[in-house]
Write a new protein. Sequence first.
Lengths: 287, 329
Amino acid sequence: MLPPVLGVLFDGIAYGMLLFLLSVGLSVTLGLMNFVNLAHCAFAMLGGYVTVTLMNVLHWPFFATLPLAFLIAAAASVAFERTLYRRLYRASDLDQVLLTIGIAFVSVAVAAWFFGTTQQPVDMPAYMRGSFNVLGLNIAAYRLFLVGVGVAVTVALIGALEYTRFGAQVRAAVDNQRMASGLGINVDLTFAITFALGSGLAGLGGALAIEIVGLDPNFAFTYLVYVLIIVSVGGLGSIAGSFAAACLIGISDIAGKYYVPELGAFLIYLVMVVVLMWRPAGLFGKR
Amino acid sequence: MPASAAPSTPQQYLQSLSRWHPIEIAFWLATLTPFLLFPTYLSLASQIAVAALFALSLDLILGYAGIVSLGHAAFFGIGAYTAGLFSKFVWGEPLSGLLVATAMAALVGYASSFIVARFRHLTLIMITLGLGLLLAEAANSAGWLTGGSDGLQGVDIWPLLGLFKFDLYGTTAYAYSLSVLFVVFLMARRLINSPFGLALRGIRENWVRMPAIGADSRSHIRKVYTISAGVAGIAGAVIAQTTSTVSLEALSFERSADVLVMLVLGGAGRLYGGLVGAAIFMIARDQFSGIAPQFWYFWIGILLIAVVMLLPNGILGGLSKILARWRGR
């Protein structure tokens, strides 16, 4: 028999994987371009609504909608990047914060206009709804699936970043943007692709999140706080950092809600402030 | 600024900054018009004055010292809860409550200024956001003191100076909040046009170089952050006293975001930026939310995008640019 604390740990890690998918894109783009994109979760929300629409209107199966959630979020983010974001790369933090908060506000209102302010229902396939028993622990199938997706994405991202030509270009641009462009790397294009990839992953995260946390127009702001916490705790531009921070925050949040519910979200904010005061650049940050 | 009297000494330069412009006098006379022209909107006018005060406090740190804070509602909430609790447990005399609330907010501001002065950029934004959220959660958990999500019960404010009751029409409320705004504005104006204010602007432009000419960036930031927290506390205390209610909303992230929007809309780094921005924001919200509350944020979002893209220095910045071009012809 395993102690129940492992069950809490498992739920925390599953939740952490979700947060990792939502935040890893922002971490890389922030590290790469120093662009504070507070509309990141709006792209995640878009992915969620794509899945809901495809499932409820066109009756697609859940898994078939996931690639489209990724693609549409990525495409939308590139459209914004080309038209609005790229003009503010050299602007101050404050201008970037304001522009992207503005976009997030608009996205909330647009989502409320088309879908209403209620939670969106999704029908999971039957084999995802069940749970199985491992030595006295109740493991939900969907959460196990989330952990699998999170680990697979991490391995794929780290592999792509460490062992491909494109990954080397991204790392070079994160480390020293001017030097990288001096060596002939097209930093603008590298950034556009990374940005699309990151927003796409957020869209996928948004689609996967519906079953766990639900989906309503406030998603763009509710999870923005979590994502920012993970990015700043993990350190900018670090995938391993985001992964560690997402696990830390996911476990703290679930354990806090389980053992000391009266504290609410107090615990994760405390974790963030303490980590940042100890290491201002985050756990794995270089700057 | 009249170009003819070019300042020759530092003293004359500072004096020329603090001279009153006719437009400023006209602005303050215009703030009196709601008493005569819009007597049914006095409680809205009072809320505008409070929002303007809050935006002014953010302007001191953001516009002048370049500290971006996403958690400034913390001090607004501390002021509001202190004023509310003071009236509940000590007595309801408003002016002493205002002083106590200001002192409390400034004290917490001073304590947190040691943290704030150590960080810059994204870490600073996240630390201010985190501290703000932490305080909001703490107030939510401490239901025995704050009333939690039901709001603080039993706030009882005595008549102002023993004569004027805070009534439903908002006459006293507006007179009170406008006078507080004016007095604080005068102090802020004096502060900004002093050598200290100049040093702050220097820190905003280059944080590293200012110590080299004898202005220690960190100690200046600590001072202005404490002052700004105190002013935000005043704003919170005034809203608690004029409405006799305090809720968790006073500490919320939305309030921190709204005040940032107001300031940027009007123009950060200008004394009147927060005031003008607060008036436009509050009047627009009053009008729009009558039609459809959830789409109010759509227009705020569009407005923000437009201000960042087209008017980098806010409405006042745009106006002064047009004015300068017109004069140059």
